[in-house]
Ligand binder design. Structure first.
Ligand code: PLP
Length: 475
């Protein structure tokens, strides 16, 4: 086998192989381990020298399915509580397949009015879901990291313009360092965005009131007074260790009083806005200058999906547009071209799974899912509080439960090692996945619930596997 032209009739048959594997695979996610260590050997199926003559379409797809359905981490199932990871709703998963089927160049209106319109509608629906003004500009990104990059690039452009500079055109040379202020909840991806933007990974000044990282508003107020010029505040809506929130409304007040830019990272926490019972957590987000979130977390669409919204849409084009290539549309093109509003150039029709899941389940579906996950987190929090040897380290705010194992009689200096051991045992067991972090200086577990498939039985299994491992140690 060599030239794919000889196999052009195999495409549909290859896709049918995938579709045939999908039913049993997806059906197994409910009961199989998150990671079956016994299947790791299948990964070797991928690894051989580059074939001189190809192995052919069908043989290759079958091999990929055999290795993948066995040895992949089954993190899109209901019991991957590690990090902050969602799954793919039925409509989102199918939307993603359609994205591959149609293989659009989704960055330019000219190459795909269809993908462009889908993105415009998906962004409008997302703004509606989150209570953001429709006038905000928006763009889909590959992740929250890229979305933070997008929002902070606009902040940097705005800040440069306040100094009479066009940073997009001329760079940062000759300008003072851009002042960036945040509480201790600042996510590493914002640091990474600042690093890429030439503002320095360690360029953010952290104003934390205590060891939890809670923002010190009075200190931020004083710092903004001292700066006496344009500055950027980064607020976090949903912190990864505990799910806690910066007081977004109060940060918005500070930003207004000092003429600062407020960027809000709501990678998963922005979804609190979908529930009337939780929306107070993000009150004020509609006053931010840039707001971002993730699609592949709580929206439950496949990787890679994030989005950024910016209050002043023209800043997006000034930050990312004006390519100046003769073959690309001019800056005054009446059509929207999403590749001049964000960091990517060529890109897939990322909107299709977003559009599909929002159409399929609507505002009500997302409200129910977010509230169910909040209930599940409260349930696990209650189980932890009732156990004499477990310690809840922070109140359950949203969908993350931060706790540790603290058996009586164990000296405090041994607890970190004990919890690291518990985290490693959980991963080795594989029935549920949850990992450790350091919170307030101690090693802790922080399972997060935001997969659409997750129910009470999955959370109870997490609790019982933790109990089993603990009992094994005692015996
Ligand atoms: C997950 C997360 C990010 C980064 O998201 P990616 O999609 O992994 O780039 C940023 N901020 C917060 C608060 C997050 O939870």
């Amino acid at each position: 086998m060599s030239d794919p032209l000889h196999e052009r009739d195999q495409t549909a048959a290859a896709l049918e192989e995938v579709a045939r594997a999908a039913g049993p695979y997806l059906g197994s996610l409910g009961d199989r381990p998150v990671h079956d260590h016994g299947a790791d050997g299948l990964i070797d199926l991928l690894d051989h020298p580059l074939p001189e003559r190809g192995e052919g379409t069908l043989d290759t797809v079958r091999r990929l399915l055999r290795a993948g359905t066995g040895a992949a981490t089954h993190s899109s199932g209901p019991r991957f509580f590690h990090f902050v990871v969602g799954g793919s709703t039925p409509a989102a998963q199918a939307g993603d397949w359609v994205t591959s089927l149609l293989d659009q160049a989704g960055g330019l209106w000219l190459t795909s009015p269809f993908a462009t319109r889908a993105e415009t509608v998906a962004l409008r629906w997302l703004k509606d879901l989150f209570g953001l003004p429709e006038s905000y500009g928006g763009v889909l990104t590959p992740s929250a990291t890229f979305a933070n990059l997008t929002g902070l690039a606009c902040a940097r452009q705005w800040w440069g313009e306040r100094h009479g500079a066009d940073v997009a055109a001329d760079g940062l040379a000759g300008l003072p360092p851009m002042p960036v202020l945040a509480g201790g909840y600042l996510h590493p991806s914002s640091r990474k965005a600042l690093q890429i933007l030439g503002c320095g990974r360690d360029g953010a000044r952290i104003l934390a009131a205590d060891e939890t990282g809670r923002v010190d508003l009075a200190a931020m107020d004083r710092a903004l007074d001292e700066i006496d010029g344009p500055a950027v505040i980064i607020g976090n809506a949903g912190e990864v260790n505990t799910g806690d929130f910066d007081p977004i409304g109060e940060l918005a007040d500070l930003a207004e009083r000092h003429g600062a830019w407020l960027h809000v990272d709501g990678a998963f926490g922005l979804f609190a806005a979908a529930s009337p019972r939780l929306s107070h957590l993000v009150e004020g987000v509609e006053r931010a200058h840039s707001v971002i979130s993730d699609g592949h977390k709580w929206l439950n669409v496949p990787y890679e999906s994030g989005f950024a919204f910016v209050r002043e849409p023209e800043l997006m084009a000034r930050s990312f547009g004006a390519w100046g290539a003769a073959y690309l549309p001019p800056g005054d093109d009446p059509h929207v071209n999403y590749n001049v509003l964000g960091p990517e150039s060529s890109r897939r029709a990322r909107a299709l799974p977003v559009w599909a899941t929002l159409r399929a389940y609507g505002r009500q579906g997302y409200r129910e899912m977010v509230e169910r996950h909040h209930d599940l987190a409260l349930r696990l929090g209650a189980i932890v509080e009732e156990a004499p040897d477990l310690e809840l380290l922070a109140p359950v705010r949203l969908c993350v439960v931060c706790f540790r194992y603290r058996p009586p009689g164990v000296p405090p200096e041994e607890l970190d090692a004990l919890n690291a051991w518990l985290g490693a045992e959980l991963l080795a067991d594989g029935r549920v996945y949850a990992g450790t972090t350091t919170y307030r200086g101690v090693t802790a577990l922080r399972p997060a619930m935001l997969n659409w498939r997750t129910t009470e039985a999955d959370v109870d299994l997490l609790a019982s596997v933790v109990r089993e491992i603990i009992d094994r140690r005692a015996s």
